[in-house]
Write a protein that binds this ligand. Structure first.
Ligand SMILES: [Cu+2]
Length: 324
């Protein structure tokens, strides 16, 4: 019975779409940047649904009205040189693209500015956080506060955050779906991204650009907190967290994962990867680490380290190389 098979397939598809993906976080914005992006997505979707509907209605009319009725004596299929028709099918796509591009361009330009937060009376200066990607972890520096975190950030709500993105090695993509994004981070340069959260909560962030073996776990947590909680955390970190030595920092340059860490100083004191694209490669070489082909028949050359606080600087990175 084809119809009952069709019914079961549809049901299975609904189940997959509802369960597998979890919630569509992109369409659940928790800040002004993500809100602008999600309204642009919805605007485009509704406009395109409208176009698809018009096309299908016209298709149905054409199929019914001009169907073969058996009296085709006067039918001449060769129409040529109709300026009217050519004008119509040229102008319609131009109008569609124009309607889609105007709000898109306006949104793109407005995302380059610090977002305005409607809930507050006085706009605060953006909080600056340097976000550095390194295979396969995220390093965050708060230069004004003089603190650094690995794989998580705390931010105050209702205040714009200016992320200065760069990478210690591979190009990565900084993405916090519920707050907005994404934007690429590249070594030897700096890209800027404004985000803001208007609701207290925990948001998932991740690398959205495939960078090999450990990519899937290159995630971080964004904790949006009240002003008081954030300031308390900053003070507590400045007083109680250990400082980050360069010796410890270079171990973060070795590909591998890291647990959440907190420091009372930043790596910007010894390197800013936006101005030094080869730092991580030099430091890896000093530690004895060499890149190994993931396609090697020998399997993994070494186990990826999982660094935790305090970083084990005794760890050596012995690498077995292929014979060839
Ligand atoms: Cu894709």
């Amino acid at each position: 019975m084809p119809s009952s098979i069709f019914k079961w397939i549809s049901l299975a598809m609904v189940a997959v779409f509802l369960s597998g993906c979890g919630s569509l976080t992109v369409l659940d914005p928790q800040g002004p940047v993500a809100e602008q992006q999600s309204s642009l997505i919805w605007l485009s979707i509704w406009f395109m649904i409208f176009i698809v509907l018009v096309v299908f209605v016209l298709l149905t009319i054409m199929l019914v009205k001009y169907r073969d009725r058996g009296n085709n004596d006067n039918y001449d299929p060769s129409i040529e040189g109709s300026h009217k028709l050519e004008f119509i099918w040229t102008i319609i796509p131009i109008v569609i693209v124009t309607i889609l591009s105007i709000p898109t361009v306006i949104t793109i330009y407005s995302l380059e500015e610090a977002p305005e937060i409607e809930e507050v009376d006085a706009q605060q200066e953006p909080l600056v956080i340097h976000a550095t990607s390194a295979n396969w972890k995220w390093i965050f520096s708060y230069p004004e506060e003089g603190i650094e975190t690995i794989n998580y950030i705390n931010i105050p709500v209702d205040r714009p955050v200016l992320f200065k993105l760069t990478s210690a090695d591979s190009m990565a993509s900084f993405w916090v779906p519920q707050l907005g994004g994404q934007k690429y981070s590249m070594s030897g340069m700096e890209t800027e991204l404004f985000l803001a959260a208007t609701e207290v909560g925990q948001y998932e962030g991740r690398n959205a650009n495939f960078t090999g073996e450990g990519f899937a776990e290159q995630r971080f947590t964004v904790n949006a907190q009240t002003d008081e909680a954030f300031n308390e955390w900053v003070e507590d970190t400045q007083e109680n967290a250990p400082s980050l030595s360069e010796d410890e920092y270079v171990h973060l340059m070795v590909p591998g994962h890291a647990e959440e860490m907190t420091f009372s100083s930043t790596h910007l004191e010894f390197v800013n990867h936006a101005y030094d694209a080869t730092y991580s490669l030099e430091k890896r070489a000093e530690l004895g680490y060499e890149a190994h082909s993931p396609h090697s028949r020998e399997g993994k050359a070494f186990d990826l380290p999982i660094l935790s606080q305090p970083i084990n600087t005794d760890k050596t990175y012995e690498v077995e190389l292929d014979d060839e």
